[in-house]
Design a protein around this ligand. Structure first.
Ligand code: GLN
Length: 537
């Protein structure tokens, strides 16, 4: 029978529940258990796909094409789990399922209510990830104890535990233990109150994980144990890590968190082998090959979470090359007003990530022109690839005013156009080309060299594509079509020759990169950046 861990949060949001949950998954997997993970988000949107990155950070895309919370990125990167459509539920999704069933007559005669109908639907979502091949499922409840919106989820996990038995379910509560500088003291009261809120709804945490800036001493642990009714050794301090988020599982393991979890479930505590992970950390913390500076040009630069997987993938590629990657985040609009050299002359490589809407597009195009002309390694992703095609059409092929149909309906050269099967789509939620699709790589290309394979599969999230009407002109002028869909109808990768490294792909490689296995394109991009750096010196 699958065991269930429920992770809740208290006091404030942004404590890193996702990273903590993913670290637990990583440790349990290292101990030989199969783990699945999911997140419950209490907001009303059916999924985060329709939200601005400014609201919610990046939208993470799974293999099977779900648009999900960015915490799922941590689950896959740290935990090594594969997320699916069943890995992220929101209040909106739960309610829409229930309302749809009600309209179909599924509850005929009954009054449909939060309890039991909504809570049953949540319990059904939780059970979707368990099964014969899963030893442990981790369910993270988004939001903070005390939020009105979280209540049905908390009630559902309380019932779930009741039904499967105490030994088969475990509650972990993550709270904040703030340090009050003026008083020179750490305060446990907010955590006590947060646990009191949970107890008020029938949930007593088995393990308390306390996020803190300073180390906690015995007195605090004892106090929390006493007032929160949690055994002292089950009060775990999760202090801010110094260098890398990938240190979190190591710190949690030092305090035996994974051991306590397995003991609770009465499962054998197998040996924990962290040698590969520790080797990776060594490269992350003390790289041998200095630093490279990568310019990332985007329109959501002010919010770090908006490009979470991009920054993570860059850091993985740094680990693989044993080099520190310093990211220079450049607001694309700011390049529009000034000379691009003012922003880009000090970077070793340039990356333009995905995006939507016309704001900042001219700045991205200017940055790509600079990379092409000055032979600076360039990596374009999704909108970044589309901008590279626009730049090439305008400045190499002489197609004045070439643009994407997303930004101009009057251009003579719509080199990027809406995909055929998108033309009749009007609804916005979940209607893009989403998830994994195969791609065939051309011989003698940067991509083929990086992947060392002929066929690959990558995740997508887009509505527009390279307009094949212009393919011959673009190719005749030197644009290399380095990857296409197997039927050759969709262009997946374009490259340039006579350039140290210029690769732009329609898909999102960043979603598949992990600290132990950097994505091949990111890895080669950073290698090219190192070469550029060394040439400059
Ligand atoms: N807006 C572009 C499209 O829909 C690019 C999307 C993206 O970068 N994810 O095709």
């Amino acid at each position: 029978m699958t065991k269930h861990i429920f992770v809740t949060g208290g006091v404030v949001s942004s404590l890193g529940k996702g990273i903590t949950a993913a670290s637990i998954a990583m440790l349990l997997r290292q101990r030989g258990y199969s783990v699945s993970m999911q997140k419950m988000d209490p907001y009303i949107n059916v999924d985060p796909g329709t939200m601005s990155p400014f609201q919610h950070g990046e939208v993470y895309v799974t293999e099977d094409g779900a648009e999900t919370d960015l915490d799922l990125g941590h689950y896959e990167r740290f935990g090594g789990v594969t997320c699916t459509k069943a890995s992220n539920f929101t209040t909106g999704r739960i309610y829409s399922n229930v309302i749809k069933r009600e309209r179909e007559g599924g509850y005929l005669g009954k009054t449909v209510q939060v309890i039991p109908h909504i809570t049953n639907e949540i319990k059904c979502a939780i059970s979707m990830l368990s099964g014969a091949d899963v030893d442990i499922t981790i369910t993270e409840i988004g939001g903070t104890a005390g939020d009105i919106e979280s209540l049905p989820f908390l009630e559902a996990i309380r019932q779930y535990r009741q039904e499967i038995g105490r030994d088969n379910a475990l509650f972990i509560h993550l709270t904040l233990v703030p340090y009050i500088k003026a008083a020179g003291e750490m305060k446990t009261k907010p955590s006590q109150q947060s646990v009191a809120i949970l107890r008020g709804i029938g949930i007593t945490p088995d393990i308390l994980i306390c996020r803190c800036e300073q180390s906690m001493d015995d007195e605090h642990l004892e106090k929390l144990s006493l007032f929160c009714n949690v055994e002292k050794e089950h009060v775990i301090a999760e202090q801010d890590v110094k260098n890398s988020i990938y240190e979190v599982p190591v710190e949690l393991a030092k305090q035996n968190l994974d051991k306590y979890i397995l003991e609770h479930f009465k499962l054998p505590v197998n040996i924990l082998d962290m040698s590969e992970w520790n080797g990776m950390l060594e490269n992350a913390i003390t790289p041998r090959n200095g630093t490279v500076k990568i310019g990332v040009i985007g329109k959501y630069i002010s919010l770090r979470d908006a490009y979470k997987s991009i920054y993570e993938a860059l850091s993985h590629a740094g680990i693989a090359n044993s080099v520190k990657v310093s990211v220079k985040m450049i607001e694309s609009e700011s390049i529009e007003e000034k000379s691009e050299a003012a922003f880009l002359s000090d970077v070793d490589a340039i990356l333009v990530p995905g995006g939507f809407g016309s704001r900042g597009v001219q700045g991205k195009i200017k940055a790509i022109k600079y990379a092409r002309e000055n032979k600076i390694p360039f990596f374009g992703i999704c909108l970044g690839m589309q901008c590279a095609v626009i730049e090439f059409a305008r400045n190499v092929c002489g197609m004045n005013g070439a643009h994407s149909a997303e930004f101009s309906t009057t251009t003579e050269y719509p080199v990027i156009d809406l995909m055929e099967d998108q033309k009749l789509v009007t609804a916005k939620g979940g209607t893009m080309r989403l998830g994994s699709y195969p791609c065939i790589l051309g011989e003698d290309t940067f991509s083929r060299k990086a992947y060392d394979a002929q066929e690959i599969s990558e995740r997508h999230r887009h509505r527009y594509e390279l307009n094949t009407k212009f393919l011959n002109t673009l190719a005749n002028n030197g644009l290399v079509i380095a990857g296409t869909s197997p039927d050759k109808k969709l262009v997946e990768i374009v490259e340039l020759r006579d350039h140290p490294w210029f690769v732009a792909c329609q898909y999102h490689p960043e979603f598949k990169s992990t600290p132990l296995k950097a994505h091949p394109l990111f890895k080669d991009f950073i290698t090219a950046a190192m070469k550029k750096r060394d040439e400059k010196q």
